[in-house]
Design a protein around this ligand. Sequence first.
Ligand code: PHE
Length: 341
Amino acid sequence: MTDKINDLLRRVEEFDPRTVAEIEDFRIKVLGKKGELTALMEEFKTVPAEQKRELGQQLNRLKAAATERINALRERLRDAEAENASHIEDMSRPGSAEQLGSRHPISLVRNQIVEVFARLGYTVAEGPEIEDDWHVFSALNFPPEHPARDMQDTFFIEKNPDILLRTHTSSIQVRTMERQKPPIRVICPGRVFRNEAISYRAHCIFHQIEGLYIDEGVSFADLKQSLLYFAKEIFGEQAVIRMRPSYFPFTEPSAEVDVSCNLCGGKGCNVCKGTGWLEIMGCGMVDPNVLKANGIDPDKYSGFAFGMGVERIAMLKYGVRDLRLYFENDVRFLHQFDSAL
Ligand code: PHE
């Protein structure tokens, strides 16, 4: 009989129900009128008197253990079931708010600019951010030791100054000329790096879009007309441009392009510093030395190039006052551009 008692005790201890109903079945099977414990109680009546004391204690311990375990299990499962049920029943609970992301203003403006030039027949070209001296400087008519290299504060790799982070995406134009014969019409968006102190108007990482057009008979008038079309598409039909003479090693002649200030309509405000004009890019006719260095015959072909900062265009278009906002990824700032999609 001790074996039977111990066996039942073990089963009580190992009992691991999933539902309250399962516990009730078990309770009836063990403690019910026709249950196993009741049967053992019956059997107990027939045991010899000298065993009664020992077996009686065993049976009492079994009964107490079974009752206690069943009650405890029932309580635990009831709590869990009640909790589950309340999740299902309370349809009025507020849903968890999923915050949808939005496109970064830099991506938005870059895409807009790329689309404008795509309509003029330009295709997108890309290139590496880690470059060599040839693609960033030498092939673009920057002679060694030429002070023009200081126009762009460059991040060099200390152990090998031939390797550097590109300071402009003109390097992609060089890579395109290596691969492709004219006519060439590419737009080169990408990240660029300059060793500049971070402030509201400068950052050591920013985005550029440069363009290159080479064919027979490409003129400065073509350049001016293309950029006027660009300015009207980005800043509105009322926009006009002006060009001021400038210098870049890779273009001759070179110019700085201004667009009429769209915030004050040209009257003069604090963004355009009272001039009515905003500087938006550099441009010029590709220097014959650059064509030669890249295996293109300057007697047969001519071309123009231009380059702009995406952050700057986005600042002027949306009136963003601090360049650092683009890099902080504060959703309160980023969500303001949702509607610009
Ligand atoms: N590469 C020049 C810069 O980064 C921009 C530029 C491109 C100017 C093409 C003229 C022509 O400052």
